[in-house]
Design a protein around this ligand. Structure first.
Ligand code: PEP
Length: 249
């Protein structure tokens, strides 16, 4: 069976003290849970949070990484640096990176490769804009994001990825994809993987839903056959909400 995962993307929120407070609350609250729980703070806090979470099953991820190994790339953070401070996951291709920082599928494929070459699991994000759904192009868009960002991987690398389907119109808006919309797209993505690789690979990859997931709607979303958990933004910033979501399987 594939992993159930709840990952909290804190985005550019919290200072060190606030970040450690949240993580200490999660550490205490984390008992007997089904999913893998991942917290994804800003770069400067990763190491302190990894240390704080020693002996806890909660894992730590990063929100981005460089396409490059090392060298004269001022302001960049490499996958090997993230590995060296204890990160295990990296969000690649979040819609905010795609839209504000003009990240394209081609460069994201390089980031995915960097993660996998350095023993990190990429959480590869895909999802359509509202106008793309309204013009009935949502499957085409997600297919090209998956195809160009992930499908250059060998089968043995592909099985080490996690995918997050995040319709852009649902991120931070309070509008959630309906269960039918989420299941339909998740099944579509899984079918693409089966077609490119095989059914066994498709069945082994966790596909998370992201977009205004909260303690009220998580149970219904997570009960869908092709939804393996969530990538959570706003609701991951409060321990009580995040743990309620993590307890929704
Ligand atoms: C996200 O940014 O990945 C996200 C899902 O945000 P929110 O939960 O706030 O919609």
């Amino acid at each position: 069976m594939r992993d159930k995962i709840v990952a909290g993307n804190w985005k550019m929120n919290k200072n060190l003290e606030e970040a450690l407070q949240l993580v200490n609350e999660l550490k205490v609250a984390n008992v007997d849970l089904t999913p893998k729980i991942i917290v994804i703070p800003s770069f400067p806090f990763i190491n302190s949070i990894v240390n704080t979470l020693e002996n806890s099953p909660i894992k730590v991820g990063a929100q981005n990484c460089s396409t490059q190994d090392s060298g004269a790339y001022t302001g960049e953070v490499s996958a090997s640096m993230l590995k060296s401070v204890g990160a295990q996951y990296v969000v690649v291709g979040h819609s905010e990176r795609r839209s504000y920082f003009n990240e394209q599928n081609e460069g994201l494929a390089e980031k995915v490769n960097q993660c996998l070459s350095n023993g990190l699991t990429p959480i590869y994000c895909c999802g359509e804009l509202l106008e793309e759904r309204e013009s009935n192009n949502h499957f085409k868009i997600v297919e090209s994001q998956i195809n160009e960002g992930l499908f250059n991987l060998s089968e043995s690398k592909m099985i080490d990825t996690v995918i997050a389907y995040e319709p852009v119109w649902a991120i931070g808006t309070g509008v959630t994809a309906s269960p039918d919309q989420a299941q339909e797209m998740h099944a579509f993505i899984r079918a693409l993987i089966a077609q490119k690789y095989n059914q066994q690979v498709a069945d082994s990859i966790s596909i998370l839903y992201g977009g205004s997931c909260n303690p009220k709607n998580a149970k219904e979303l997570f009960s869908l056959p092709d939804v393996d958990g969530g990538l959570i933004g706003g609701a991951s910033l409060k321990s009580v909400d995040f743990m309620a979501i993590a307890n929704s399987f």
